[in-house]
Design a protein around this ligand. Structure first.
Ligand code: AMP
Length: 378
């Protein structure tokens, strides 16, 4: 395979948070060097990387110097400016490409793509003024959610509209700018498909993940999701279609709502490794991070055979009463701890996660939730 980037080559990563850190930790055992690019020094990814560039994404000279030093570049954060990626792409391959980001950085483009592929999404409309928001509400109905079209994640930049009196507050809370109004879905479950597409078009995934959010932030993931095979197959087929259509190289996560009637509605596309795939580190023969490295380097995919497992996020709030009791939580030998190297434990900040294995997903979930509960001092 002539396009393969051989071990010894350098993988560049735009973004330097925990996702970059876990990509680096998967790349290094295979012999790759990792060079991270981001605006802050001493970041979670830089702590483990072989090399670090601290620069802003609009520093073209720094971006081009970085690109010349990398054999391939990837990203761990979907809001890297498209222009930055284009500067780098002119010098070295970036996977996923700027074309993928152009769609996934924009909620209306993302949903329009799904409509074009005949994939279900919540009903939606673009808005760009208070007047257009009122018009959109007539089509979408109540309750609804107003979101910014760009730069939103983990519930940031969104406001629920339950009654007409919420409209002015919602409009100002998203900054009175271009947005998307979506119907509020009374879903039965939230699920995701974390999937990888190789340079050769190979498609792999880890089955359906079942996710629970708290305050719009992922709280727990269980694998496999407790759904029938037909629903799981349908969700995976949706992900395959999207990755193929966008010509994604690397891992992408497709987040979905499942209706009580079995309907699947796509909520969001994340063109990167994803929090709901963290449990693949312990539960799968090949983790999402390793598969991502393989895909962007043109290495054939590894097996994704999974064991029942669950993940619980550790937010900064857990530190409110002092250092968590790691020894108590880890008394269960089927629980693993991941901490991301963040020095300041702010409320709501993702500091780490726990993963547990079990005979079933439900057993693993009970285990991981008990371990997380044991972290807090009584
Ligand atoms: P997002 O940033 O779009 O992924 O939204 C974060 C979380 O908010 C989702 O995982 C859901 O729990 C909730 N949410 C977002 N959009 C909707 C919607 N249209 N209907 C119901 N819940 C939603």
């Amino acid at each position: 395979m002539t396009t393969m980037i051989r071990p010894g080559g350098t993988i560049g990563i735009f973004g330097n948070g925990q996702l970059g850190r876990m990509i680096a930790l998967a790349a290094q055992p295979m012999g790759y060097r990792v060079h991270v690019f981001g605006p802050e020094a001493g970041s979670p990814a830089a702590q483990v990387a072989d090399e670090e560039t601290v620069a802003r994404y609009d520093d073209r000279t720094a971006v081009e110097r970085f690109a010349r030093r990398c054999d391939v570049i990837t990203l761990e954060f979907e809001n890297i400016p498209v222009e930055t990626v284009r500067w780098a792409e002119a010098i070295t391959p970036v996977r996923p490409s700027s074309g993928v980001l152009e769609v996934t950085q924009h909620r209306v483009r993302e949903k329009t793509l799904c409509v074009d592929l005949e994939i279900g999404v919540p009903s939606f409309a673009s808005v760009d003024s208070l007047e257009s928001l009122h018009d959109a509400l007539r089509g979408v109905g109540l309750p609804a959610v107003l979101k910014t079209t760009t730069l939103g994640y983990d519930g940031k930049g969104q406001a629920k509209i339950a009654t007409a009196s919420d409209v002015p507050g919602a409009w100002s809370s998203i900054g009175a700018r271009e947005g998307i109004l979506e119907s509020f879905v009374a879903f039965d479950k939230e699920v995701s498909v974390v999937a990888a597409r190789g340079l050769d078009g190979s498609f792999t995934n880890w089955g359906l993940m079942e996710n629970v959010h708290a305050n719009h932030v992922l709280d727990t993931t269980v694998a496999p999701a407790a759904v029938d095979d037909q629903t799981a197959d349908h969700a995976i087929e949706i992900a395959r279609q999207i990755l193929e259509h966008l010509d994604v190289v690397g891992v992408m996560c497709v987040e979905m709502f499942l209706g009580a009637d079995g309907a699947i509605l796509v909520n969001e596309l994340a063109p990167r490794v994803h929090n709901s795939g963290h449990l693949t580190i312990e539960a799968a023969f090949t983790s999402q991070f390793e598969q991502h490295v393989r895909a962007i380097c043109g290495v054939p995919p590894g097996a994704t055979t999974m064991r029942p497992s669950a993940m619980a996020n550790l937010l900064g709030d857990l530190w409110a009463g002092g250092e968590p009791q790691w020894d108590v939580a880890l008394a269960d030998g089927d629980v693993k701890l991941h901490l991301y190297g963040k020095s300041e434990a702010r409320a709501g900040r993702k500091m780490g996660h726990l993963t547990a294995l079990g005979a079933t997903g439900a057993e693993a979930l009970a285990r991981v939730v008990a371990a997380r509960g044991a972290l807090r001092k009584a």
